[in-house]
Design a protein around this ligand. Structure first.
Ligand SMILES: [Zn+2]
Ligand SMILES: [Zn+2]
Length: 260
């Protein structure tokens, strides 16, 4: 375990230009596409998860109202708070993760989009959400040697058929030209849902030893750890412990949304 240092590549507040950039990303997404995907769009038209309009998974109108996570945040865990200093929880404890950032609040259209991705098999929305992650990482200079998804518990992944964080990490890695190491970090326990289970300390205990990583190629490397939603940061922290044990020099957590 290492004490938190201010090595985060994320500047805490950089949202204004992120908005224009993310909208530009949407334009790019809309403008490109193989003949196959265009044909599929014709057969299975994209429907906006916010308003139902046909054309995109998130239409231009809804994209303009995405709930960006504005305002002061704890520079370590990314939790919104009244001032931009370390929150009481981070000030008083050791951590293996360098910083956690989330692009959006987990509400409104973002909640709907993630719900579709996780529970309604809308895997095709992953590139759209990953584009927001990519724009945020670019905007904030989050350089990494590997992109790593938070693993699902194997049982849950078998039931779902895929890991939504892996879809996001693959898309983000592809867009950034950074290798996505999708099977190096493994989940061996902590299957209980992190959403609404007990206190912060209970959540930390629940996932404390749930992850393992034996990938020697992570030695001395910077890892961008990706997930769809950050609830308390306990899962990202537990992943970071395993990644640091494998020799990673820095681990930055980046999620599409944060429960606030
Ligand atoms: Zn819409
Ligand atoms: Zn904090």
């Amino acid at each position: 375990m290492v004490r938190y240092t201010s090595t985060s590549p994320f500047s805490p507040e950089n949202c204004a230009s992120a908005i224009t950039r993310t909208l530009r990303v949407n334009d790019i997404l809309r403008g490109v596409g193989s003949a196959t995907s265009r044909a599929l769009d014709f057969l299975f038209p994209r429907i906006c998860v916010g308003c139902g309009r046909i054309g995109d998974y998130i239409c231009v109108t809804c994209a303009a109202h995405m709930p960006l996570l504005h305002g002061p945040i704890c520079p370590h865990c990314g939790q919104p708070q009244a001032s931009g200093i370390l929150c009481p929880l981070c000030a008083g404890q050791l951590s293996s993760i360098s910083s956690i950032r989330s692009v959006f609040r987990f509400e409104g259209i973002v909640r709907a989009a993630i719900h579709e991705l996780k529970y309604r098999n809308l895997r095709a929305i992953a590139p759209t959400l990953a584009a927001y992650l990519g724009a945020y990482a670019l905007e904030n200079g989050a350089l990494a040697d590997f992109v790593v998804p938070v693993p699902l518990h194997p049982q849950r992944e078998r039931r779902r058929g895929y890991n939504q964080a892996e879809l996001l990490a693959r898309e983000l890695g592809y867009a950034q030209g950074t290798p996505a190491a999708v099977s190096s970090l493994k989940r061996t326990g902590g299957g209980a849902s992190q959403v609404r289970t007990g206190s912060m300390s209970e959540r930390r205990r629940n996932v404390a030893d749930a992850f393992t990583c034996m990938d020697a190629s992570f030695s001395g490397k910077r890892i961008l750890l990706v997930d769809d939603v950050c609830t308390t940061g306990a899962t990202l922290e537990a992943c970071a412990v395993a990644l640091r044990a494998a020799g990673a020099s820095d681990v930055y957590g980046l999620t599409v949304a944060r429960e606030v």
